[in-house]
Design a protein around this ligand. Structure first.
Ligand code: SF4
Length: 359
């Protein structure tokens, strides 16, 4: 008998907003944070089943992904992105699921490029070797690649799709050659799974020289399906200490207000690393990220329980001004600071899945 699946995406109620006109000026939320980054999830599908994001026991063969008609078209995404840029967004990141499984993605990038925002993409790298040049030619600026291990067996176990490391390394090389660097290489560190590789990962990308930056991400309680436990978290302070013991590090300034990763430079000039410490060093006070789901809903936090439906407006004939007012109202009402208030209890709460709104 087919298992009844509770559609993960249905858990967060979509709250329609009927907003007062936004009269311009600085758009800030209740904590004075500006909307600098927009993360757009272009698909809820992925060819991997990473254990901390899309565990196979939930996202199995009977899982119902969004039908094509339910996801925003490239034209709808581009129209919304134009409104966001008009409201101050300066950086657009395309995510998923795995964005490169969405067909013809360069066409979307061509639509977004004229908006003048920085255009980046986060990918698992599995299809990057094939698409890197076309993405660059379409106007993409940079890519970030998730790579949780250099050990083939560990990597295959963590992506749970039996996918080899070598193919992802090929993709990163193709991205560098295509001029999509510096390529940030993200490793989600889980104690007892891949934490033994922290130094190896740092060493590997140090040796590659300029053009790549290794980043280490604290394992997070994203969504409601990854069975997160505090004991599995390796604090960034420990990661920095371990790497610095081999190759001395010193703090480096953020590239801009609200940058997610904390930067550390090698004292010997061999580049830098980044750490993302949502669990042990919350950075909500400078969080400038808005998220647009594949289905056209706004999420004001990675750990949100609910979203705000924009698609009904877009498909209901709303004007750009009406969309602008809606988006501004959602941001102005924003209070999110999940990482500051995280407890073992909140970690168990039902939250939107990362694969649905992008990391
Ligand atoms: S927990 Fe939410 S508010 Fe805090 S940094 Fe992450 S996305 Fe931003």
């Amino acid at each position: 008998m087919a298992k009844t699946i509770i559609p993960i995406r249905a858990q967060g109620a979509l709250a329609p907003v009927r907003a007062a006109p936004f009269t311009g000026g600085t758009l800030a939320d209740t904590r004075g944070r500006r909307m600098h980054d927009l993360r757009i999830s272009v698909t809820d599908r992925c060819n991997f089943r990473c254990v901390y994001c899309m565990p196979r026991e939930v996202f199995d063969a009977s899982y119902r992904f969004l039908p094509h008609g339910a996801i925003l078209s490239f034209e709808e995404i581009a129209r919304l992105a134009r409104v966001f840029v008009g409201l101050g967004v300066q950086k657009i990141r395309l995510t998923g699921g795995e964005p490169l499984v969405r067909r013809d993605l360069p066409r979307l990038i061509e639509l977004l490029a004229p908006l003048g925002a920085e255009l980046t993409l986060t990918t698992n790298g599995s299809l990057l070797a094939r698409h890197a040049r076309a993405l660059k030619a379409a106007g993409l600026h940079r890519v970030t690649v998730s790579l949780d291990s250099l050990d083939d067996a560990t990597f295959r176990a963590m992506n749970d799709a039996d996918f080899p490391v070598a193919k992802v390394l090929e993709g990163i090389e193709a991205a560098r050659e295509a001029g999509l660097g510096p390529v940030k290489v993200n490793m989600v560190v889980k104690r007892g799974v891949n934490d033994g590789e922290i130094e190896r990962m740092a060493d590997f990308w140090r040796a590659k020289g300029a053009g790549t930056i290794a980043r280490f991400i604290e394992y997070m309680d994203v969504g409601s399906t990854n069975g997160w436990r505090t004991d599995d978290v390796v604090p960034s302070a420990e990661i920095v200490r371990r790497i610095s013991a081999r190759w001395p590090l010193e703090p480096a300034d953020a590239n801009y207000e609200g940058e997610v990763a904390e930067r550390w430079r090698y004292k010997d000039g061999a580049g830098e690393i980044g750490v993302i410490s949502s669990v042990t060093q919350a950075f909500c006070s400078s969080c400038t990220r808005m998220r647009l789901s594949t289905e056209g809903a706004l999420y004001t936090c990675l750990f949100a329980q609910g979203g705000h439906d924009l698609k009904a407006l877009v498909r209901g004939g709303a004007s750009d001004e009406a969309l602008r007012n809606e988006i501004a109202a959602v941001w102005q009402a924003r209070e999110d600071r999940y990482s500051e208030i995280r407890t073992a209890q909140t970690a168990k709460g039902r939250k939107v899945e990362m694969s649905y709104i992008g990391g």
